[in-house]
Ligand binder design. Sequence first.
Ligand SMILES: C/C(=C\COP(=O)(O)O)CCC[C@H](C)CCC[C@H](C)CCCC(C)C
Ligand SMILES: Nc1ccn([C@@H]2O[C@H](COP(=O)(O)OP(=O)(O)O)[C@@H](O)[C@H]2O)c(=O)n1
Length: 304
Amino acid sequence: MAATLPLSPINHQLCRFGNNSLTTHRFCSPGFLISSPCFIGLTGMGSATQLRARRSLISSAVATNSLLHDVGATVAVLGGAYALVLSFESLTKRNVIQQSLSRKLVHILSGLLFVLAWPIFSGSTEARYFAAFVPLVNGLRLVINGLSISPNSMLIKSVTREGRAEELLKGPLFYVLALLFSAVFFWRESPIGMISLAMMCGGDGIADIMGRKFGSTKIPYNPRKSWAGSISMFIFGFFISIALLYYYSSLGYLHMNWETTLQRVAMVSMVATVVESLPITDQLDDNISVPLATILAAYLSFGY
Ligand SMILES: C/C(=C\COP(=O)(O)O)CCC[C@H](C)CCC[C@H](C)CCCC(C)C
Ligand SMILES: Nc1ccn([C@@H]2O[C@H](COP(=O)(O)OP(=O)(O)O)[C@@H](O)[C@H]2O)c(=O)n1
């Protein structure tokens, strides 16, 4: 009787039995061999012992595969982060785009691409920590450059307002810490982290671009912010949040009731937009206030 057992995803091979002779592919894992009838026949291992051996060896094979999977995903996302910043460093250096626009595009793209990359990590419970390693490394990079330990002038120019190294220790550092926090505490199973990053990266980033360009009518209680900027933050933040929730729902990570979700996301986006418009930037960077306000509003609204 032919018996087949699927092996770990990396192997993608089946070891099959035919007429009790083991025909194996070169990728057969040791766990499978030890649980084969011929091995049991030869060694006289009892079925209970054999099952325990099979389970422990197969689970170790799966754990090894997940580890290799997550290490590969981490290297890929780290490479993507480095390539993104390097690209905007180059565009700024060649004066293709202004420094302020470069910073805002890095602000918008980094976090959103980071969230979009979460599904390439494995399904293991440790996967989120591998993903969080990416903002951790970038945070350390910002600290090293911000303290001028080994300043990288192009990094400073592409992600700061005025080209001063110490600026890296404020907005940019708070930004990568928000990414790390969302990956560790919310990850793919909760809409909260996704919405907070959609508002901080997409919403707040667009607010700056649209506000600088069309923000002639200022907000009464904060002359440094405009209606154009805030309305843009609400609209883009709302639609980017919905797009991320749809993306993760289509991949099976989330199961949303879309009738209530649209209303809830609109409410959360409004809270984030109002908080961003407040004249508190000098006391509290909006890369802290916006994600915190969004997380609180989303938790009260979605509950998980
Ligand atoms: C310029 C940035 C923040 C400034 O915020 P604000 O002061 O304008 O409000 C963002 C800094 C981004 C950092 C240098 C790189 C972060 C990379 C990220 C952790 C991973 C991206 C991976 C993806 C696949 C590209
Ligand atoms: N709601 C908003 C947000 C920003 N802005 C414009 O964008 C500029 C930068 O905004 P910001 O101080 O929030 O910048 P970041 O802290 O997001 O880098 C402001 O000085 C305004 O010109 C706006 O007009 N309305």
